[in-house]
Design a protein around this ligand. Structure first.
Ligand code: ZN
Ligand code: ZN
Length: 117
């Protein structure tokens, strides 16, 4: 799953099934903000990456950590606006971008795209 954040789905599938290493050219130009979450350890997928790709991922994650969190729908900053994190994809969303007006009662929240899958 973390591998799908770093590269496209078909490259990730080939890496897992055929053990093809993912090179830096196959990495997504912009990684999702999920990779910066403290619960996510990108190093668990390093066996699927070439050495230059590992370095590129580290740089991309370090760069992301310096940016403010943004809403995964509208890409605007989530600070000062009511927002919620999805417990599956770990991305942040504005309440209005998820069409919710109140704090959900459940402790866990799944965003609209995760609920669809
Ligand atoms: Zn938004
Ligand atoms: Zn989600």
């Amino acid at each position: 799953m973390i591998l799908n954040w770093l590269t496209d789905d078909s490259t990730a599938a080939a890496a897992i099934k055929k053990k093809e290493l993912v090179g830096p050219e196959s990495l997504r130009s912009r990684l999702p903000q999920s990779v910066r979450d403290e619960a996510v350890d990108v190093s668990v997928v390093k066996e699927f990456l070439t050495v230059p790709a590992r370095r590129a991922v580290q740089q991309k994650v370090a760069k992301l950590k310096k940016e403010p969190w943004t809403c995964a729908v509208c890409e605007n900053c989530v600070e000062d606006v009511r927002c919620i994190a999805c417990d599956l994809c770990l991305q942040w969303f504005h309440y209005h971008c998820q069409s919710i007006s109140q704090t959900p009662r459940n402790d866990t929240y799944f965003c609209r795209s995760c609920r669809r899958n």
